[in-house]
Design a protein around this ligand. Structure first.
Ligand code: 4AD
Ligand code: MG
Length: 483
């Protein structure tokens, strides 16, 4: 219909374009009507801000007005003007409105009022039309874009590692099987076991839990690489920080030791947070206010000390604290909550794995800034991590953030064939499954390191959303794969 130039609302709300005829398309958030004037707030997803459309009810006509309800899609033509009213710089004086798709006001679930996040999760196909989720998913995009920009600026190459994997040796979590065999009548071998040689790939295959091992092959040929892909873990952990399908960013660097690795992790996280603060101030401000309102619903002693923007500044302004595992255990053992029996998992000795309550204590109470813990006991870490000279720790590192706890896990890799084989033996990992991984130690092996950033945990941190299900478009968790 339109003879006018089309604009996205993000291009108009700043007020640089005025007294110009434009066309805008989007979804109705709200309509307010009186005898002489109708106000429609329209959003097209390009920005947190709505465009105020002003119309003359007589000119537009009763039939049309009745079709303009929350959720309907419109094409509006008119003149963009400086706004007389409060709350917006510009408004669109409508000369013509076309209803592209109606929305029955009796049935449209997303009313212009506050809905609970739990309810919005049930309508995950409509929730990106809400202000909160619009902001969350714009920021999610921002973090994807900034990730590629960061690594590109530093000379890294992006590698797509396989999603279906034939090696299940990583041990990062329970895996989802991939098979085309008949589930009721699978072919059996002589011992009565399922005969995987008859399966699609001629062997057992799974969805990947990590692209690391494959990325290592490319680090030892292209030097600096990273993967950014979906990963799958079939753990039955129904927490606010776990998904069965999540995205991971895994850089892998030849000739990096553990210190270089920690340095890169810190630079990367600061870059991401700075990018959000610089380019997505509108959305962050909205989410910050939202967070403050939520906190006020809680009893005083449960409230966060810092608001969202303050927490982001904690990452961008402070150097991360680096302590080794042994120091962390000492601090925790002597901490008030441990002595008073406040930890659900009391700290009684060296060698135990840290729980998120411990990680949060170190970050939020003890150091009041992000913390990197390195040199963990070898018994609680993966086979590929490089053995330290003390014989009991490995060159691992975890980056811990406020509220979220672990956002990054990584290590220097064991590049020495003898040590690697010994660790695999200790952990019952068959050599034949990882022949190609061992080849990398056989031919031109070099010291190297890498880490994995849980992308949704990062987006949780940047948006302040407390449940990980609210930062991925369509979450997959135990018992839930709707949409
Ligand atoms: O610590 P993880 O298991 O490390 C690895 O998989 C290594 N292969 C990474 C590497 O060195 N290349 O997982 C890395 C990160 C965690 O720190 C956490 O942020 C996130 O992935 N993560 C999850 N995020 C959401 N849901 C889950 N179930 C997650 N499990 C791990
Ligand atoms: Mg980990």
């Amino acid at each position: 219909m339109s003879a006018f130039a089309k604009f996205r609302i993000s291009e108009l709300v700043s007020g640089t374009i005025l007294d110009t005829q434009v066309a805008v398309q989007g979804w109705v958030r709200n309509k307010r009507e009186s005898k002489n004037v109708v106000f429609i707030s329209l959003n097209d997803g390009s920005t947190i801000q709505n465009l105020q459309v002003v119309g003359d009810p007589v000119h537009l006509g009763e039939t049309l007005l009745r079709k303009i309800n929350s959720g309907a899609s419109l094409t509006v033509e008119g003149t963009i003007k400086a706004s007389q009213g409060k709350g917006q710089k510009v408004e669109l004086e409508a000369s013509q409105i076309k209803v592209d798709g109606e929305a029955d006001p009796e049935k449209y679930p997303l009313q212009p009022k506050k809905h609970s996040l739990e309810f919005l999760r049930e309508i995950a196909h409509l929730r990106p039309r809400s202000q909160t989720f619009g902001a969350v998913f714009r920021l999610r995009h921002a973090m994807i874009f900034a990730t590629h920009q960061f690594f590109n600026e530093r000379g890294f190459f992006n590698i797509h590692t396989p999603i279906i994997t034939g090696s299940d040796a990583e041990g990062a979590g329970e895996m989802f099987r991939v098979s085309t065999l008949d589930g009721l009548k699978p072919p059996l071998d002589d011992e009565g076991e399922i005969d995987h040689s008859k399966d699609f790939f001629g062997k057992e295959t799974n969805l990947t839990v990590s692209g690391q091992l494959e990325a290592e092959a490319f680090a030892q040929s292209m030097g600096l690489v990273y993967t950014f892909g979906p990963t799958f873990r079939a753990e039955n952990s129904n927490t606010s920080r776990h998904l069965a399908e999540f995205w991971m960013i895994e850089p892998e660097m030849a000739y990096y030791d553990l210190n270089d690795n920690m340095g890169l992790a810190e630079d990367f996280l600061k870059y991401l947070v700075d990018y959000a603060l610089k380019h997505y101030a509108d959305d962050l401000e909205f989410l910050n206010d939202r967070g403050i309102r939520e906190e006020h619903q809680k009893p005083q002693h449960q409230r966060q000390e810092l608001n969202l923007i303050e927490r982001l500044k904690l990452v961008s302004d402070y150097q991360f604290e680096r302590i080794n595992y042994t120091q962390a255990i000492d601090i925790l053992k002597n901490s008030k909550p441990n002595k008073k029996g406040k930890f659900q998992f009391p700290i009684d000795g060296w060698g135990i794995d840290l729980q998120s309550e411990h990680e949060r204590y170190l970050v939020e109470k003890c150091f009041k800034r992000p913390v990197i813990i390195y040199d963990y006991p070898k018994d609680i870490k993966a086979f590929y991590m490089r053995s330290n000279d003390d014989g009991r720790t490995v060159a691992a590192m975890d980056v811990l953030f406020p509220i979220i706890g672990e956002v990054i896990g990584g290590s220097q890799r064991e590049e020495r064939m003898g040590q690697l084989l010994a660790r695999m033996k200790e952990m019952d990992i068959p050599e034949k499954d990882l022949w190609w991984y061992l080849d990398l130690r056989r031919f031109g092996s070099v010291p190297h390191s890498g880490f994995g950033l849980g992308f949704e945990r990062l987006v949780q941190f940047v948006t302040g959303m407390t449940n990980i299900r609210d930062v991925i478009p369509f979450p997959r968790t135990p018992g839930n794969a709707e949409f």
